[in-house]
Design a protein around this ligand. Structure first.
Ligand SMILES: *Cc1c(COP(=O)(O)O)cnc(C)c1O
Length: 394
């Protein structure tokens, strides 16, 4: 037993050194911190930004917002796109427009970035945490089905939770690292229960499942353009929906619910100042022009990692069949938490800032009282998954 452990530790040591050398060489960066995912600006970014500044339309009105929305609709094959200030606000509006109200509950996963649950909380609703699948890292339709069969109660106006008496107003699965979860099965189950599905596609721009883009399966979805995502607007997000009615509402309430008039300030509800500024849109418009190339580069990196990790018998995680992946973040699966921590410690000593997968949300103080199932797979993954440096190379 001890001998095996010692052998493993020596191997981890060797791996972290080989990985450091590979990464420093790959990015041509012999010293200093190398962070997990850095943006690249090698296209028309400066050109469009300065055009935008010269036009003086740097704020909530301007051509780049519309151009970008059209481009995203085209790229994802969605009828409507509404650009907003970040992915979290996009999620907030999707949930609100799908009918989530104060006191309701929303099914989601605890293996996600905190924003998924925060957007639910902004509406005074509460998350219910359902386990994920090991292969997709996303919400498990089997666990979802089990939960609904045990706790769901159909009433005239929707499904209620037998345990809490609250309405289950929506289901919010997330496409982890750009892997598309078993979204078809999730939607089928939710349709049976009359629960609208919203996709947290924050990380999944460019990913497809059976040739259909992430974010186009559910009633609405949200994508993020934060600095660490596959393309960036600095800060930003977008709402996708094939419903013209929901799109119109989304545009309206993210623009302070202002009624169109030449000079009057008339607003018909409490709106939000959530529209993406033109300045941010000009940056991300230059980025979307390069996305195919980014994906290509990221795929090359993934293939090189594959060779490296194969040598050590360590699993480089890939999405299951049917996925066309955007290669946003690479991740590996180690044997246990101890090995994970050791690997991270060694990486950080070399200033290679690999990171663990998120702490499960039910462990956070504000979400500790939320209802959850066994979380067996989520805990298994939390103990083992590490994200490794994944920026495209320039
Ligand atoms: C990045 C991210 C968000 C939030 O996007 P912001 O633009 O940072 O607000 C939401 N959910 C997931 C899963 C994310 O990765």
């Amino acid at each position: 037993m001890l001998v095996i452990q010692q052998k493993k530790l020596n191997q981890l040591d060797k791996l972290s050194i080989e990985l450091k050398n590979f990464i420093r060489n790959y990015y041509d960066k012999p010293e200093g911190n190398i962070s997990l995912h850095e943006p690249i600006f090698i296209g028309n970014e400066k050109k469009y930004l300065s055009e935008c500044i010269d036009s003086t339309f740097v704020s909530s009105v301007g051509k780049y917002v519309t151009l970008f929305e059209q481009k995203i609709s085209e790229y994802t094959n969605t009828k409507n796109s509404i650009a907003v200030v970040n992915g979290t606000s996009a999620l907030h509006i999707c949930l609100k427009l799908c009918g989530v109200k104060s006191g309701d509950e929303v099914i989601t996963q605890s293996l996600t970035f905190v924003a998924t649950a925060n957007a639910i909380s902004y509406l005074n609703a509460k998350p219910i945490f359902i386990d994920v699948d090991i292969d997709t890292l996303g919400l498990s339709p089997i666990s979802l089905n089990e939960f609904l069969n045990e706790f769901g109660e159909k009433r005239d106006n929707g499904t209620y939770n037998k345990k809490t008496g609250k309405k289950i107003a929506a289901c919010l699965p997330m496409h982890t690292f750009g892997f598309i979860c078993k979204i078809d099965e999730i939607i089928k189950i939710c349709n049976e229960w009359g629960i609208p599905v919203i996709e947290d596609s924050a990380e999944a721009l460019g990913s497809k499942y059976n040739d259909k883009s992430a974010g186009t399966f559910g009633k609405m979805s949200a994508i993020s353009f934060n600095g660490n995502k596959i393309i960036t607007s600095g800060g930003g997000g977008i709402i996708l929906t094939n419903s013209n009615i929901l799109a119109k509402k989304a545009k309206h309430i993210t623009t302070t619910s202002k009624l169109p008039h030449k000079w009057e300030f008339d607003h018909d509800s409490v709106g939000y100042n959530y529209r993406m500024p033109n300045l941010n849109a000009s940056l991300v418009y230059a980025q979307i022009e390069q996305i195919d190339n980014f994906i290509l580069k990221k795929r090359e990196l993934h293939d090189q990692y594959q060779l490296l990790f194969d040598k050590y018998g360590i699993e480089l995680i890939k999405p299951p069949k049917g996925n066309k992946w955007n290669y946003w973040l690479n991740s590996i699966r180690l044997s246990n938490r101890k090995e994970r921590n050791l690997f991270l410690e060694k990486s950080h000593k070399h200033l290679i800032l690999n990171r663990p997968i998120w702490k499960l949300l039910f462990r956070l103080n504000m979400y500790s009282s939320c209802q959850r199932d066994s979380q067996k797979n989520s805990i298994y993954l939390e103990d083992r998954v590490v994200n490794i440096i994944s920026s495209a190379k320039y």
